[in-house]
Design a protein around this ligand. Structure first.
Ligand code: TYM
Length: 335
């Protein structure tokens, strides 16, 4: 195997910082489920980003959500026989080590310009109260991706800048020390998705539950949120409407997807059809959430723990092998 060969074909992670939203499912999990259904993909790997969650939560909270996120992945359709699933903190030492080397390749000013950091700063955090871990976040993400020598990374639009930073860090490293890292690419079905909050304020996020469809919530709550969701006036285009349509297409069966298409045509012809659109979306959503919740309830914690242990060992082996290449390239020998 060449140093720069990919080890993992599709790779992504989700933080265990509360229940998953439908946006997490659409942005990060669905691309893997789809290609898994359509073709024989080689090596796919997903993980629970519990170390990343430490940027804004205490370990006690995040640890208790880990098994839950693995259950979410599986209930959203990831085939356990074809996907490796691990927990990030299985690889704490390896991640910390690569972080150290990669941090040398980026300036503090460059980190401060990362859009996600700028967004947090807008939300009240600033240089005097934000932790250094927040600024290190993209480097840590690069470490996850590069340790596994990943090819495609399915993420929502908010994380695309981080994949770009990963590519830049890999290129800088390769230029300085010789080719070690293959370059990762964003995987999305079409353009990267950004599902808006149903209230119209910013992106859908676990941190703002009023505008989020949380997969574990009682179904009635989510259906009510769809009923009240921001949409658009007849003929008008809006980001909120685009997001509603994306949700509808995600949860809908073939017939419902066709209905959505024809309702949208009537919308652009000037008809008032938002109530009808929401009705079709709600039918699909109700079925989707019911199936998801039933599947999740059937999963056993002991099976999950067995799975993440076996797969964690594989992820750690990959990471150790990559670090051996990295150290050799850098000329680092530890006593
Ligand atoms: P996290 O936990 O914030 O989100 C998990 C995934 O869900 C996507 N997502 C969205 N997609 C569309 N619309 C939205 N409103 C929306 N909200 C969230 C995110 O883009 C993401 O793909 N840093 C990552 C976790 C991570 C990771 C990695 C991902 C750590 N290391 C390495 C990939 C590769 C995060 O915080 O995701």
């Amino acid at each position: 195997m060449e140093n720069t060969d990919y080890k993992v074909q599709v790779f992504t992670g989700i933080r265990p910082s509360g229940g998953l939203t439908i946006a997490n499912a659409i942005g990060a999990v669905n691309p893997i489920v789809k290609i898994q259904e359509e073709e024989e993909v080689g090596n796919t790997m997903v993980f629970v980003a519990d170390l990343h969650a430490l940027t804004d939560a205490e370990p006690k909270e995040t640890q208790s959500n880990i098994v839950d996120v693995v259950k979410d992945y599986i209930s959203l359709g990831l085939d356990v026989n074809r996907n490796r699933i691990f927990v990030q903190s299985f690889l704490t030492q390896e991640i910390a080590e690569l972080n150290l080397y990669l941090s040398r390749l980026v300036t503090i000013a460059e980190l401060m310009r990362v859009p996600t950091l700028k967004e947090k700063i807008k939300k009240g955090q600033n240089e005097s109260n934000a932790s250094a871990l927040l600024a290190m976040y993209p480097i840590m993400m690069a470490s996850d991706i590069l340790l596994q020598k990943s090819e495609y990374v399915p993420v929502g639009e908010d994380q695309v800048a981080h994949i770009e930073i990963t590519r830049v860090l890999a290129q800088k490293f390769n230029k300085k020390y010789g080719n070690v890292f293959p370059l990762p690419k964003v995987l999305s079905l079409g353009k990267p998705v950004r599902i808006k909050s149903l209230t119209g304020n910013g992106k859908m996020s676990k941190t703002d539950p009023s505008g989020a469809i949380l997969l574990d919530d009682p179904i009635e709550i989510s259906l009510n949120k769809v009923k009240r969701a921001q949409s658009a006036f007849a003929k008008e285009k809006s980001e909120s409407l685009d997001s509603l349509v994306l949700i509808g297409e995600f949860v809908g069966n073939e017939k419902e997807r066709e209905e959505i298409l024809s309702i949208m045509k009537r919308h652009y012809d000037g008809e008032n059809v938002m109530g009808e659109l929401k009705g079709v979306i709600s039918t699909g959503l109700e079925r989707f959430l019911k199936e998801f919740q039933e599947k999740k309830a059937s999963l056993k914690e002991e099976d999950i723990l067995k799975k993440v242990k076996i797969d964690g060992d594989i992820a750690r082996e990959n990471a150790k092998e990559t670090l051996r290449d990295v150290r050799k390239a850098m000329g680092l020998e530890y006593f």
